[in-house]
Design a protein. Sequence first.
Lengths: 229, 54, 238
Amino acid sequence: MSELRRAAAVAVAIARKDATSELHGRQAAGSTLFFAALVLLLFGFALGPDSQRLTDAAPGLLWLAIVFGGLLTVSRLHQLEADDGALEQLALYPVDRRAVYAGKALAGAAAMLVLGGLLLPVVAILYAIPIGAAWLPLLAAVVLGAIGFAAVGTAYAGLTVRLRAREVMLPLLMLPIVAPLLLAAVKATGASLSGDPLGELGSWLQLLAAFDVIMLVVGAGTYGYLLED
Amino acid sequence: MTDVEFVIAAYAVILGGIGLYAARLARRLRIARVTSLQIRRAADAAPLAPDDRR
Amino acid sequence: MKTRALGFVALAAVIAAAIYGLFVVPADLNQGDAQRIMYVHVASAWLAYASFGVTALAGIGYLWRRDLRFDAVALAGAEVGVMFTAFAIWGGMMWGKPVWGVYWQWEDPRLTTTALLLALYVGYLLLRRLPDDPARRAARAAAVDIPIVHFSVLWWRGLHQGPTIGDPSKILNPSAPLLFVAALMAMVAAFTLVWWYLMIRRYELARVEWQIEEHGRLGRITAARRAVAAATSEEPAG
């Protein structure tokens, strides 16, 4: 039992450390948010002035922006240790790798949740979407999506942080894995915004939760090997 | 929302924002000037000759 | 302190213009009270463009003279400009919802290009935050600003070719044109005073912060020189 508590303590400590450095260097996080908002603006230019088309595409566009911002976020959360050379120490430290993974994934999920939450009003304004009553299922979709993305992203970021073509390798490896997650998140978001006419919201949220569990388990299991490499 | 609420929202944010920015500027300027003064005083007390050779 | 006096005059002017625009001028017959938002919206947009113009000129001035005071002016213009641009967009949104029914419109090129301009200058400010020596930072910022200015000039011309969406009379066709212009000019004048005050203060702040930065840099150089001198003078002589 104390093994578990020790692991949990490590995870929380790591998550807190990452959260603190995010807050201290909040310019980086702010730039990421700005970039994601810029992507949403650009989608507006790309998909033309037809408001209806933008409104229909809004859930997909929102999640694309979250994914792009998320790539930068999970990459940044590993970059800090890599720059200081602390990554080797992290790999050598006699603690359960799964705890390290859990801590980093937790920090990543929190960062992405903030990102998604802040992008919601941007989407609401740019694509003329009334959020109002749908905010609870919408929030659920964003939370579950953030967890899933962070689960995959943390694992792959650990792998790619020391690679040379890091900037392209992370999305290249990650995005195919994340595609079903993206699909479910977009469907869930769309359903909650349109008042769930087909009654499928619940199924999509359950699918998201299932993805999250699978990816967290796989991520935790492989993280140690990915770091060591 | 009636029209009036939009007018209030517009003016409050814009005029309030200007006020906040001006206040923040004043504060940053005050702190920076104090810091600069402290640095200059410290430098005067222990002069830093650029070529400190014996 | 002349600047402080300017600040108080600016404050009084804004209050007076706001009272005039909000309470004295009667509500528009077509747009209702929402018309009043135009006064702060247009004034903000006007000063935003003035700010960015100053940044552009200051950037060129720096590249030409390499005097860091130009760079300080450029920074002040960019920061103040971003603020006024954000206010202009906010005012546009607050006006757009009651009058157009939506906060945002993709058909109106003025809205969209102003948003792009905001994005460009936020990027410019972020670029300035990257740690570097002041001369290189200033030159890089000035160089980045040139294409920005080129685009803004193009957009400016596009902006003033008249409204392109739906009902043109819904834009700036006040039912009482004289009063509208008077209130607008009052707010623009007040905002100009505010802008002048903010620019001076931001410039002063930039100069003081640069001095602090310089002290830090000189301190490190001196400490490094001392270390080298101490190391070389410790070599056994002969």
